[in-house]
Design a protein around this ligand. Structure first.
Ligand SMILES: *Cc1c(COP(=O)(O)O)cnc(C)c1O
Length: 819
């Protein structure tokens, strides 16, 4: 079933919109006005199917997923919707027939990214929504409608500068406000309890501040199936907006406070990736969207199900990391205080309704909240967590016969802190990691004690990406070549790409594949020319590392390797070198000083190598500012090489590794996260693996048997590039600028190990792998064969596969037939 599209009607709607909303003729409309008109016309095409999908929910009352996530990094909607509706070419025709001179890409460029996320975790949530709709699963994405998404990054004098992302400035044509689903959310105050005539204890929160949560729904269009789910983003409003008269001073102050609370609550996304900061406002955001979602889900359930004990048969809350882990306590509160259930029944229902996805094992990312802050803000929720923990510790003692030190270690509340991961595990029936190796580390190291008592809760769901956006939309030429070669079934089942394997030996196919990669490189070169003013050579190897800037991702190792190449060329200027272009894109958290210094270093190295007459023909370094979903769609299809070089054990999965592979880039990477599974799919000849394994890294942390000075003394090439960091060659005006990076690689600082991410330890092996890669690139045909094999073997990494596994193995969710 497809979306009911009529070209004539569509053209009429565009003309009407320009006339009614812009009060202009088509010729006078600005590109932004054209975008608005096209977006509204497309939304109109979606609307009937959207209503029908919602109607099927109400009549068939299927089990429904609520995917709770603080982040949804959806990017732009227009192009993706056109691909999924299968009307891209019809819309292009309509625009041509209207004599609109600017092409669809330029119109798409008018849409601001919905940047409601930091990086991989938020993008995963967005890919999951696409797959949920495409596979016809009843689901809501539930999050926050931040007024400002992830900051806009500009590079000024080589430094990152942050600007606010006012993504709603021109309105959002996709969203629909749903006042009828507003929920009241209560903060602070006190809890009074009383006993009723039947001897039952009741708890009442009093003197609280409240805000109204108002949902805005955005359509999530399934691929050519007429199935439209909603991404439900909660906005905050003050209650009693229209109270003009206050009875006393106290009422006035409360009203003003509640206005302020509503205003600040959803103002901005916290820009930390894999790093936790215990900010009160962040906890408020978490409770705000979780409480709104849980209240609304229970209310919706109750409209058609009189029996609250049936809730686990009809509702699933999937918690994307611990950010929404408070859902466990909120559902308990509703079942205890509003539904009047016993503790045992409430806990049974809650722990069969909630499920938790773990995204990281890094200590600095684990959320814990100080008791006093938590108790002040959420007094009733705190009581519930305390009781939950009391019973859990009792169970550890009496049922599982755990010794006291283990009980202490596993306690949800410990040393004045609430551990959100433990709350999530205890309150869920499923705990999953996001790649095979990551899940094994959870079971055998980080969460070992929990695995011992709850082995059946633990399971793996290797991440995935949606091929509709990351191939269909981002790489239309390759999408067309693939469809012309093996048909279009890959849009709905990516394993069909396997049929391309024989074509890796077909001369004509290899040439077409090569030409498309070249065209994508030219497209990126144009983008770089426009944005950076740098001319890059499309015949050079495009070696790309785009992801958040984090020490564990080791952008610094990549830069040090570039300096090694620089020194090699300088030492032997008449050698034969393969021209290489190193492309970076990365936002650093605004408070992460060292990450920002690494950005400055990348730009300083760029200045050095791009301008040195001896190296500039062989080495180009480009830092693309403001890495985001929409420029990822230009960057990734142009890559020859995908840099996935995290310290083994640190990158839970990675997902950009999958996007690159799908688009025919070869991975150079460590045996970390999903790289391991990519390796298994493509085989050793089609990937460049180097460096320490997870086991080796974990053992080194245990033993402490690592001294980077040994490498400094024994490897003269590494020795000289480290000296470049401190001899002022990279920062003549400020010779001491990069000393702190040098120090971090060689010396301990307080509790920090020297080179804690093993950059120097892995650098030589990385250099060797890079040499092998360079050599392989020289043989154009075999390189392209390897690239084709990468695309052909990427079927496993579709988020459709991931979502089907969640649905079958965790959620018990069935596709819903609408008609
Ligand atoms: C896929 C994606 C990420 C995640 O990249 P990793 O390399 O897996 O960390 C981050 N940001 C954007 C914009 C993405 O599209």
């Amino acid at each position: 079933m497809s979306y009911g599209f009529s070209k004539e009607k569509f053209k009429g709607e565009i003309l009407d919109h320009i006339r009614n909303f812009s009060r202009k003729t088509l010729e006078d409309a600005s590109p932004q006005e054209l975008y608005q008109a096209v977006a509204f016309a497309v939304r109109d095409v979606i609307t009937d199917e959207w209503i029908e999908t919602q109607h099927a929910y109400n009549t068939k009352t299927p089990k429904t997923l609520y995917y709770l996530s603080m982040e949804f990094l959806v990017g732009r909607a227009l192009g993706n919707n056109l691909v999924n509706m299968g009307i891209m070419s019809s819309v292009q025709e309509a625009l041509e027939e209207l004599n609109i001179k600017i092409d669809i890409n330029k119109i798409e460029d008018q849409e601001p990214d919905a940047g409601l996320g930091n990086g991989g975790l938020g993008r995963l949530a967005a890919c999951f929504l696409d797959s949920l709709s495409t596979l016809s699963y009843p689901a809501y994405g539930c999050g926050i409608r931040y007024n400002y998404g992830i900051f806009k990054q500009q590079i000024e004098d080589g430094y990152q500068v942050e600007y606010p992302d006012d993504w709603l400035a021109n309105g959002n044509p996709w969203e629909v406000k749903r006042n009828d689903n507003a929920q009241e959310i209560k903060f602070g105050g006190t809890v009074r309890n009383y006993m009723d005539e039947n001897g039952r204890l009741h708890f009442v929160q009093e003197n609280y501040d409240s805000v109204l949560a108002i949902p805005y729904d955005m359509p999530i269009v399934g691929y050519k199936n007429g199935f439209v789910n909603a991404l439900r983003l909660w906005d905050a409003e003050a209650p009693q907006k229209f109270v003009l008269r206050f009875f006393d001073q106290g009422a006035y102050e409360k009203a003003v406070e509640q206005q302020t609370l509503a205003k600040t609550l959803v103002e901005v996304l916290y820009p930390n990736d894999n790093h936790y900061k215990g900010k009160e406002l962040r906890l408020k955001q978490q409770y705000f969207f979780v409480s709104a979602t849980v209240q609304q889900a229970v209310a919706k359930f109750k409209r058609t199900n009189p029996n609250i004990y049936m809730l686990p048969e009809k509702v699933i809350f999937q918690m994307n990391d611990t950010h929404p882990a408070i859902a466990v306590a909120e559902l308990m509160r509703i079942l205890l205080d509003q539904e009047g259930l016993t503790w045992e029944d409430a806990f049974d229902i809650t722990s069969r309704t909630c499920a938790y996805t773990n995204h990281t094992i890094m200590i600095e990312a684990l959320e814990t909240w100080p008791i006093d802050l938590f108790q002040k803000l959420l007094p009733r929720i705190y009581q519930i967590i305390e009781e939950l923990n009391r019973r859990f510790c009792m169970e550890l003692r009496d049922v599982y016969h755990q010794p006291e030190h283990i009980i202490h270690n596993m306690s949800i509340i410990c040393d004045g802190q609430i551990k959100m991961a433990y709350l999530a595990i205890v309150g869920s029936f499923s705990v999953n990691g996001v790649a095979a190796i990551h899940t094994e580390i959870l079971k055998n190291n980080v969460l070992k004690n929990f695995y011992n008592i709850y082995p059946n809760k633990f399971n793996n769901k290797t991440n995935g990406i949606t091929q509709r956006r990351w191939l269909g939309h981002a790489n239309p030429e390759l999408a067309t070549l693939i469809t012309d070669t093996i048909g279009d079934k890959w849009y709905k089942d990516l394993t069909h790409l396997k049929k391309l394997v024989p074509y890796s030996k077909d001369k004509a196919f290899i040439e077409k594949f090569r030409d498309i990669k070249y065209n994508n490189k030219v497209r990126l070169a144009d983008y770089i020319k426009e944005h950076n003013g740098i001319v890059v050579n499309p015949d050079s190897i495009f070696d790309v590392q785009v992801k958040r800037l984090h020490e564990y991702k080791r952008q610094l190792m990549n830069v040090l390797h570039i300096l090694m190449l620089y020194n090699e060329i300088k030492a032997k200027p008449n050698g034969n070198y393969v021209p290489r272009t190193f492309i970076f894109g990365a936002k650093a958290a605004p408070g992460y000083t060292r990450a920002k210094l690494i950005i400055k270093l990348i730009n300083s190295v760029a200045d050095l190598v791009n301008n040195d007459p001896m190296t500039k023909d062989y080495l180009t370094v480009v830092f693309i500012e403001n890495y985001c979903v929409s420029n990822a769609e230009i960057i990734i299809p142009a890559a020859n090489v995908s840099e996935q070089i995290s310290t083994a054990s640190k990158e839970a999965s990675g997902t950009s590794n999958m996007k690159f592979m799908l688009n025919g880039a070869l991975t150079i990477g460590t045996l970390d996260g999903a790289n391991i599974e990519i390796f298994e799919e493509v085989g050793k000849d089609n990937i460049f693996i180097f460096g320490l394994t997870c086991e080796e890294v974990l053992n080194l942390y245990q033993s402490g048997q690592y001294n980077p000075w040994d490498i400094y003394h024994n490897d003269s090439e590494i020795h000289s590039i480290l000296n470049l960091l401190i001899n002022g060659a990279l920062s003549p005006k400020n010779p001491g600028l990069f000393v702190e990076l040098y120090e971090s690689l060689l010396n301990r600082a307080g509790d920090n190990l020297a080179d804690p991410y093993f950059i120097l330890k892995d650098l030589r092996a990385y250099h060797t792998a890079q040499k092998a890669l360079e050599y392989a690139y020289l043989d154009e045909v075999t390189w392209n064969q390897k690239a084709i094999i990468n695309t052909a073997c990427s079927g496993k990494f579709s988020s459709d596969r991931t979502i089907k596994q969640y649905a079958d193995e965790i959620w018990g969710l069935k596709p819903l037939k609408i008609k």
